[in-house]
Design a protein around this ligand. Structure first.
Ligand code: FPP
Ligand code: K
Ligand code: ZN
Length: 513
């Protein structure tokens, strides 16, 4: 907010229009942009409320102006899109400014309401209201989101082992993979959600026998055969036999193949098999590369609109295929991707939007936020012993902005608990899971460790996804309190750190299927 001096000579309105300006969004139409002058007020903004370690009801919290003032640049062409954007800014500002009277810390942030979020997710794992029958095909997602969210907040999943097994057994298809519910055909999305749920439970505090029972539930040979039917000649994967081919399929398939340590060779009867296409990897990174659009972002399939959720799928898929610093620049235009991803973070809201000209939404804390550790590893290369401690100012995005959006705007502030898209939306388990995942990645630094092998020797099986370790960030002034730190989730698999390695080792130690 300090470098607007040339811009302010072109100023059309004064500082009085900055806050709670009812005319914002309804100003007379002008073409082009207007640059509003920003005040040179101090970094601090007076906040109503109280913190748990202070008895005063008003204090001066340190909130940078960028999160409390209107954006300096606004397109004055009024459209449904720009008006919704203005409304969203107005919706978020009060939450950044005073959090509607919640206890706040000296940085103006409320605590993570862990107790209520935990209760909310446990409730989501019980009997759901009748309206949820419409989401029957997404049942595995429901338990994955709740279990992953609980694990991120440090809850034990032990009590869910038996129920998970009895829910999942009947939805495994004899021809491989899992459907969404009883009698449904297999689909990569529920198969991904089932597998991650099983490995999270197996990776927790369970006996060896239980671990074996949970992991052995998956019919790996049938899974391999089924994946062979999903593989396409052009390199990608269909979501279900005869279904749509998109970058979710590329990511989900690679997660399943690597975690279960399935053979990379295509089954002989795979319809995609040809002289050029012999393995699950054949043509896959090339197909992912075709999803990068003119904007620099990634679309669900070639020639569609770039979206943050697909950017994560594409990057995570590539990071299973090879090391980030090798595979990402080989297949994607990294500067254009970084430029596109950077433009997804908004101020004053602080959070991410999913695509151009759309609104911030808490779930993109993961889908967009989760791209950054993968890209940081791509730029930094593998970590060696001499790597220095990371600080959040070394980041490619504003970690502070994201943490502020999450803690101030995404928490349900009533009895309901759970996390949400934005203040005007109700919490749900999907947003609770991915907002927490975003909070976790904003609170930690991930390192991609140099492989044990020499740099020229390529491994026979996929090993790149198993070289990640997390660290605390070093910050002079950490804006969140230690009690609000959540656990780390693997940047590719989105399950608690350490479990993917354990799962992969379990299956790799078996001979054959
Ligand atoms: C637009 O929704 C959303 C998409 C086009 C993609 C959604 C995909 C995912 C969230 C994740 C897929 C990943 C896996 C692993 C299955 P919208 O128009 O409601 O939202 P928007 O306005 O924010 O774009
Ligand atoms: K959305
Ligand atoms: Zn969302």
């Amino acid at each position: 907010s300090n470098n607007t001096s040339d811009a302010s000579s072109a100023t059309a309105s004064s500082t009085s229009s900055r806050l709670n300006n009812s005319s914002y969004g309804t100003q007379p139409r002008q073409t082009g942009f207007i640059i509003e002058e920003l005040s040179s007020e101090s970094e601090s903004y007076p906040i109503a409320g109280y913190s748990n370690n202070m008895t005063t009801t008003t204090q001066t919290a340190k909130i940078p102006d960028i999160f409390t003032t209107l954006p300096p640049v606004r397109d004055l062409l009024n459209t449904q899109t720009s008006l919704l954007q203005d409304q969203t800014v107005q919706e978020c500002l009060p939450f950044h400014l005073n959090n509607l009277g919640l206890p706040i810390n000296p940085h103006g942030l409320p605590h993570l309401d862990r107790k209520r979020h935990i209760a909310f997710l446990h409730k989501n794992l019980r009997r759901l209201p009748a309206a949820f029958t419409a989401a029957d095909a997404s049942r595995p997602w429901m338990f994955y989101w709740a279990l992953a969210g609980l694990a991120t907040m440090g809850e034990s999943l032990e009590d869910y082992t038996e129920r998970l097994l009895s829910t999942v057994k009947p939805i495994q298809h004899p021809d491989g993979g899992f459907g969404g519910g009883n009698g449904q055909m297999s689909h990569l999305a529920p198969t991904y959600a089932v597998l991650l749920s099983l490995v999270m439970v197996a990776g927790g505090d369970v006996s060896e026998d239980e671990r074996r029972e949970v992991l052995e539930l998956v019919n790996r040979r049938a899974m391999w055969k089924w994946l062979g039917r999903l593989k396409q000649r052009d390199g990608g994967f269909q979501m279900s036999v005869g279904g749509e081919e998109d970058v979710r399929g590329a990511y989900c398939a690679m997660v399943i193949i690597t975690l279960l340590d399935l053979p990379l060779d295509l089954p002989v009867d795979s319809p995609a098999r040809s002289d050029e296409c012999t393995t699950f990897l054949s043509g896959l990174p090339e197909w992912v590369a075709r999803c990068q659009t003119f904007e620099g972002g990634i679309s669900g399939r070639p020639d569609a609109e770039a979206h943050g959720a697909y950017a994560f799928c594409a990057l995570a898929c590539l990071c299973i295929i090879d090391d980030p610093h090798i595979v990402i620049p080989k297949y994607l235009d990294v500067p254009r991707l970084i430029s596109w991803l950077s433009a997804r973070q908004y101020a004053p809201e602080g959070g991410f939007a999913g695509r151009t000209n759309k609104l911030v939404d808490g779930c993109y804390s993961h889908w967009v936020g989760g791209c950054w550790p993968l890209l940081e590893a791509c730029l930094e290369g593998p970590t060696t012993a001499s790597t220095t401690k990371a600080s959040s100012t070394d980041s490619l995005y504003s970690r502070e902005g994201l943490i502020r959006y999450i803690l101030s705007c995404c928490q349900d502030q009533g009895k309901r608990g759970g996390l949400r898209d934005k203040p005007s939306h109700n919490s749900d388990s999907y947003h609770t899971c991915y907002v927490l995942a975003g909070l976790s990645s904003a609170q930690h630094k991930w390192r991609f460790n140099a492989p044990a092998r020499s740099s020229t020797e390529r491994p026979e099986t996929l090993s790149s996804a198993y070289q990640w370790t997390s660290e605390f960030l070093f910050d002079e002034e950490q804006i969140f309190d230690e009690e609000d730190r959540v656990l780390t989730l693997h940047p590719v698999f989105v399950i608690p750190e350490g479990i993917a390695e354990q799962t992969r080792a379990y299956f790799a130690s078996k001979i054959g299927f």
